[in-house]
Design a protein around this ligand. Sequence first.
Ligand SMILES: Cc1cc2nc3c(=O)[nH]c(=O)nc-3n(C[C@H](O)[C@H](O)[C@H](O)COP(=O)(O)OP(=O)(O)OC[C@H]3O[C@@H](n4cnc5c(N)ncnc54)[C@H](O)[C@@H]3O)c2cc1C
Ligand code: FES
Length: 372
Amino acid sequence: MSTPIATPSTGRLAERLLGSRVADALAGPHDVDHYLELLRPDWAVRKIRAEIVDVRHQTPDSVTLTLRPTVTWPGFRAGQHVELAVDVDGRRHRRSYSPSGSADVRTRTVELTVRTHPEGVVSRHLKAHARPGMVVGLSRPQGEDFVLPDVRPRRIALISGGSGITPVLSMLRTLTDEGHTGEITFLHYARSPEDLLYAGDLHRIAERHPNVTLLRCYTRSGDGELTGRLGEEHLRRALPVDEDAAAFVCGPGALVEAVRTAWRELDLRTPLKFEHFAPPELPELDPDQLGAVTFARAGTTVDATGDTLLEQAEAAGLSPKHGCRMGICMTCACRLEHGRVRNTLDGEIHGAPGDEIRICVSAPVGDVTVDV
Ligand SMILES: Cc1cc2nc3c(=O)[nH]c(=O)nc-3n(C[C@H](O)[C@H](O)[C@H](O)COP(=O)(O)OP(=O)(O)OC[C@H]3O[C@@H](n4cnc5c(N)ncnc54)[C@H](O)[C@@H]3O)c2cc1C
Ligand code: FES
């Protein structure tokens, strides 16, 4: 077990002193956390870091990490996500991941499952290099919408596909840990039984908790409780129909859209919360709408490609601050100095000089200048 930086009896004063601006000034040129990291990676007074204590490879294209965060970790709500920061080839990269473990305060670790993308920088790095003892950066937990309500609904449907299982599994584990007795339906889509993440955990939870109904659906084999793709029949099996109910869906865009469409068409009243891991794909811009992009602070101008301003800045060798890369965290917000942009989430074209825009979800329309 690691020694936290401060014990309740002796450490609060030391913690306050170390966390003060005076301590930072004395410690210069870096902040106190920088020196603490060199001494003990599990010590911190402001920043959050985490040591990887376990690495599992549940499927060939995923890696599951168990992290032990510094005492600065405030805990999370089931369904929230964190930004994980990791150095790849000397460059710091940040990506969002949703903890899959229980949010119960007694759980001292954070579990993340990362699905690898064929060209993904961070997911492939973690799959190949994550080892116990490695230290990564963590943000505070983020996202206030896709979370279990404080007053738990009596019936809950959790729907997911692929790696979208992580936040809803956290909800399931949290509910069962706290002894929730209401009905929970867990409907999950995977290509085949071999692709199913957390197969053993789901089976054990359903076995131990009679109020949990597990519906597995394999889109490429008929071995689950359901077959085929999400439609009215699947929803009928999964859906809470009474007033005191809630539904959550997370997964590939097509699954989330199918659920939302069904909600509209069937005029369902059950509150539905949804989360995407990647922004939906929009039709490409007409080439006539592509102009030049100027990153004013860097003094760089490039031809617009139709990609987001963040992607274009990175392709030009710049490293603007960013977090989620999908318009949630606001880390990438910066000033639009000239031109208009297209919001890649909904296609809307907007912008006037002086507007603050999120460059991760803004693609340039015509000539654009941003304060990057
Ligand atoms: C709120 C939130 C929670 C998330 N939780 C998880 C999680 O629990 N587990 C998990 O595995 N991932 C999760 N993600 C996705 C994760 O943040 C990264 O996007 C993913 O790991 C890919 O990063 P990368 O560096 O490997 O790929 P990048 O180098 O960023 O991208 C490489 C290529 O893959 C494409 N790509 C990137 N992300 C996706 C995606 N999600 N789906 C399809 N194509 C993509 C890009 O368009 C690009 O072409 C979450 C994302 C958000 C916004
Ligand atoms: S990086 Fe999170 S909003 Fe842009």
